[in-house]
Design a protein around this ligand. Structure first.
Ligand SMILES: [Zn+2]
Length: 201
């Protein structure tokens, strides 16, 4: 039997299938679309992917993705240095920044606690958060983990360890439906959840 799909095309289809929710059909459609583009446009897509890992690093202060270190948010004049919003992933920083209703700093945990997957407190940037709370003028920590089971478990753990430091700890929850990944919450809901945060102690 003759191989109907040329190997180069098949390679692209296989790579596109790495995206969650993209099956062989959609991947094939996308690959054929790219094939119809002019070579320069297709090359630009390839080059931007290549560039990504060369250029993007992690901010050594807040651990979000950044092309500079410290990141633009950490460097920005006029951000409230006394409030830190604790999130799971860099995507959450992007989602909250889009609401335009937060002017403090961030701390990206780089995941959530998941004993089943062997992710304990040491695998997340929790010690780094405690260090920041002790060494920076932070007065309030807003826990903005998702309202998923793992997100809630992570929030309770953080509340426990932050209690010792004396900062005010608040939790956004109100308005975010249970089980929602923060970055998929719509902007208005996220804005309201952030504004109507409650103090835990
Ligand atoms: Zn930063």
């Amino acid at each position: 039997m003759v191989q109907a799909i040329p190997p180069a095309l098949e390679r692209l289809i296989k790579n596109l299938m790495r995206f969650p929710g993209v099956g062989e059909k959609s991947a094939t459609r996308m690959a054929l679309q790219i094939l119809r583009w002019s070579p320069s446009v297709a090359k630009e897509l390839g080059a931007s992917i290549l560039d990504l890992h060369d250029k993007i690093g992690i901010c050594s202060r807040c651990f979000t993705f950044s092309q500079e270190d410290p990141c633009r948010i950490c460097q920005a004049a006029g951000r409230n240095q006394e409030v830190v919003c604790v999130v799971e992933e860099p995507g959450d920083v992007v989602a909250i920044e889009k609401t335009g209703s937060f002017n403090g700093l961030y701390h990206v945990l780089q995941g959530v606690l998941s004993p089943r997957e062997g992710i304990g407190p040491d695998e997340l940037k929790i010690n780094e958060l405690l260090e920041r709370v002790q060494n920076e003028p932070i007065k309030e920590a807003i826990i903005a983990t998702s309202s998923t089971v793992a997100g809630e478990a992570t929030a309770s753990y953080l509340i426990d360890v932050l209690k010792e430091t004396g900062v005010t700890v608040t939790r956004i929850a109100c308005g975010i439906p249970m089980g929602t990944d923060l970055k998929y919450a719509d902007q208005m809901t996220l804005k309201r959840a952030l504004e109507s945060r409650t103090s835990l102690f």
